[in-house]
Design a protein around this ligand. Sequence first.
Ligand SMILES: [Zn+2]
Length: 252
Amino acid sequence: MKSTAFSLAARSARQRRQRAVLPAFGRALATTALLLMGLLSCAEAAPPAADSARPRACPTAAVAVAGADQSDFEDVCHGAAAAIAFFTAHRAEATEGISIEVTPRIPADAGPTAAGCYIEHRRKAYLLPYAAFKKNKTWFGVPISRATYRALATHEAAHAIAACLFRVPHPTIQAKEYLAYVAMWSGMDPMLRSKALRTLHTEGFNSLDRFTPLLYMFDPMRFGAEAYRQFTAAPEQTALIHAILSGTALTD
Ligand SMILES: [Zn+2]
């Protein structure tokens, strides 16, 4: 069974465009094709874990983290708890525990520059260890810190939560990424958030139609920042989240 991966790149979109525009586009098209081929239901049994490190349960949230040292474990737990709190605040309770593996080897499905990803058919999120993530120096235009690492964990945990809450079999990539980014920004340290948003120069979208797969594929950082700006300006945020989950907003 092929997998569908939603990754957060470690490098900026501009850096990646400079490195390999056509390969990146190829990967993007492949991801879209896999999306169209269908996603596995959350009711389907997960395959046995292949990681050797035994998962540890986070102290305050239904999250299991494997492969992390103590500092990474605490950050991943913190970041995942922020994702759970975001959805809970909008009356969208996580329906099952979240499984996260910290590994220097992000699954190839996510692409060579990914710092994290969520693999739907494994129902599992993957994150680089902080030490490996920090080698990229910046993320969203700001220096990488423990706070950005927690935000990375929030994003991937949000994918895991949303994957089980969608009430349509084939949600769009823009629907998935919009929710993951909005949860990420919402749970982020406010100082870091304002600093990062200042570097991204959002214009403010007045329509959800502006959130396209192409924007996400070619400029995921901007997609994420515009999503947060649009969301925070929305008069009915909880209703918007449920419209996305039910497949009536951010459709193709
Ligand atoms: Zn994502």
